[in-house]
Design a protein around this ligand. Structure first.
Ligand code: NAD
Ligand code: DAU
Length: 351
């Protein structure tokens, strides 16, 4: 495959994937297709924008006609599909936007890919990047495996689950050569500050309240984003057709413990007295349908493809915090305008 399309490459995870592919595969041409919604930002991939094997295409995956014409023009041989509406809280406020992008947008890509290559799928691949949230929630025990039944609880996870089902159905019905991965919570540089870790880093820097939902005892399994990009690279090149792989960090944290850890690291980095940032913790109204616990069993990708996380949580968090502290211009540029409106509305800020 010489012509590779990555969708959502101006977003958080996509930017790391695009950077990795552009740098590691100089003999392949990488096309980054992104609508540049509030979550997409060309600054995230500025360092590679002039590379000869890179092209940016501004396009919306919900525009079927435009997507078809792009496939006909460029004849993408491999697709890594990351473009999505990705924030659970936004999906609760505007579920239809998630159906449009995550379901209809995925359908448009599937249809364009099928109609271009249906006569010969040899050496072609459609890789759908998805989430562990499709499995719903765990109780105190157990892990999500590739055979855990789908049981999504938020409009976001329902839309991702629907898109996963369509990918698999296209595999069965039309012979689509697909691979699919379901990953746990990522963190790292360029993470949009609506999500827990970057939001709280930004609020600590600015001495703003840290809004912990409910009792803070919800658990997530955190993975450094560059390790996810490595896994994506491996699955794209070595994964078996029609297979799903779970990807996770082997790294479960209750939100409140994670927030306290963040506070103590940030106090040291900012030269503040120990305990200063913890005083910003504010318990707020819970997220409706809040999943209690996610945790991934990543044994399959480990055994079959030899992948495991390379960065410890200590190292990853340190790198992430250092990145945000030295990129405050980036933070400031993405937290104006639409973001402020979203923030005030989400967190009931009246003044
Ligand atoms: P993100 O919100 O940071 O980025 C999404 C990107 O998609 C943005 O650049 C945005 O402009 C683009 N986009 C949105 N709608 C589009 C449209 N209609 N047409 C074209 N581009 C559009 O998301 P992320 O956190 O980087 O997640 C990327 C993918 O990985 C998503 O599919 C998500 O479901 C999945 N995922 C995310 C995580 C996580 O922890 N963030 C974990 C597992 C899986
Ligand atoms: O598990 C993978 C998923 O992880 C991805 O598919 C999603 O795209 C990604 O957004 C993420 O979803 P979460 O809902 O787990 O992430 P978020 O950062 O929004 O929240 C993490 C936890 O922190 C969750 O239990 C809710 C809580 N939280 C979040 C925010 C934004 C708070 O307590 N306060 C907050 O203000």
């Amino acid at each position: 495959m010489k012509k590779i399309l990555i969708t959502g490459g101006a977003g958080f995870i996509g930017s790391h994937v695009v950077r990795r592919f552009v740098k590691n595969y100089p003999d392949k041409h990488i096309y980054n297709l992104d609508a540049l919604t509030y979550a997409g930002n060309l600054e995230n991939i500025k360092d590679i924008e002039n590379e000869p094997n890179y092209t940016f295409i501004k396009a919306d995956i919900t525009d079927a006609e435009h997507i078809n014409s792009l496939f006909e023009e460029h004849r993408f041989e491999g697709v890594l599909h990351l473009a999505a509406e990705s924030h659970v809280d936004r999906s609760i406020k505007d579920p239809l936007a998630f159906v449009k992008t995550n379901v209809m947008g995925t359908m448009n890509l599937l249809n364009a890919f099928i109609s271009l290559w249906k006569d010969n799928f040899t050496d072609r691949r459609f890789y759908h990047i998805s989430t562990d949230e499709v499995y719903g929630t765990l109780g105190a025990e157990g892990l999500f495996t590739e055979t855990t039944p789908y049981n999504p609880n938020s409009p976001y996870s329902a839309s991702k689950a629907a898109s996963d089902h369509f990918v698999r159905a296209y595999g069965e019905t039309y012979g689509l050569p697909y691979v699919l991965t379901n990953c746990s919570n990522n963190y790292g540089p360029y993470h949009f500050p609506e999500k827990l870790i970057p939001l709280f880093i930004n609020n600590i820097i600015n001495n703003k309240p840290l809004p912990v939902y409910g009792d803070g005892k919800y658990t997530r399994d955190w993975l450094f984003v560059e390790d996810h990009a490595v896994a994506i690279d491996l699955v794209f090149h070595k994964g078996k057709n029609h297979e799903t792989y779970n990807i996770g960090g082997f790294n479960e944290w209750q939100n409140i413990d994670l927030v306290k850890l963040l506070c103590s690291i940030m106090d040291k980095k900012l030269g503040r007295e120990a305990g200063t940032s913890e005083k910003l913790i504010t318990y707020v109204k819970d997220r409706p349908g809040h999943d209690l616990r996610y945790a991934i069993d990543a044994a399959k990708i480990n055994k079959e493809l030899g992948w495991k996380p390379s960065v410890t949580f200590e190292q990853g968090l340190e790198r992430t915090i250092d990145w945000f502290l030295s990129n405050q211009e980036w933070l400031n540029s993405v937290t104006t305008g639409e973001y402020q409106k979203y923030y005030n509305n989400q967190y009931d800020v009246t003044k």
